[in-house]
Ligand binder design. Structure first.
Ligand code: MN
Length: 190
């Protein structure tokens, strides 16, 4: 883990994404960013040992334990990325609009193992506490070469097979804006 891949992929003179130079002190943070890039997806990130460990989840998280969601592990991001909402310019890595869809705190549900250890072994179970998403979620690695994991809701009080927060709650928890509104307002700023 580390930020080498993150920095190599980006030109910080062109994108307003954080360079990750001044980070610190944000343990147990989780954030899910809705990212309208080449393909719309949700970036699921949790803070582990000073970076945001990240997965791209094409369909986003579900509140139904029978819904297994593909999660592709991506490069670690700086902790300050949890504050990023805006537009990545055309031609830059990940070009498109980014929204803070949900943000909150998480805790490790595995008493015997640190999250960092679980990540190495390919399985973690965490509890989320956010406005749109609560309760247990498990992430399990299914293909090491392809960086494929599965994100699934675990069975607890927060299970709701009828809720579909990715479609019914499409706005930013930070600004209340939709992706289209973020894109439009950023254009006007230029
Ligand atoms: Mn993304």
């Amino acid at each position: 883990m580390g930020l080498k891949d993150y920095k190599e992929k980006r030109d910080f003179r062109k994108t307003k994404e954080p360079s990750g130079e001044q980070d610190g002190g944000r343990a147990n943070l989780f954030v899910i960013q809705k990212h309208d890039a080449r393909n719309l997806h949700y970036d699921f990130r949790i803070s582990v040992d000073g970076v945001l460990v990240s997965w791209a989840v094409p369909k986003g998280p579900s509140t139904d334990p029978s819904e297994k969601r593909l999660a592709i592990r991506t490069e670690d991001h700086p902790l300050s990325y949890a504050d990023f909402e805006g537009v990545i310019p055309e031609g830059e890595y990940g070009a498109g609009t980014v929204m803070i869809w949900v943000r909150g705190a998480y805790e490790n549900l595995n008493e015997d193992e640190r999250v960092a250890e679980g990540l190495k072994k390919g399985h973690i179970k965490i509890n989320l506490q956010g406005e749109k998403l609560t309760g247990g979620y498990a992430l399990t690695e299914t293909n090491k070469e392809k960086h494929w994991w599965i994100l699934v809701k675990t069975r607890d009080d927060a299970v709701d097979t009828r809720r579909n927060p990715t479609s019914t709650e499409p706005r930013s928890v930070l600004s209340g804006r939709t992706l289209a509104e973020i894109k439009k307002e950023e254009k006007e700023d230029e």
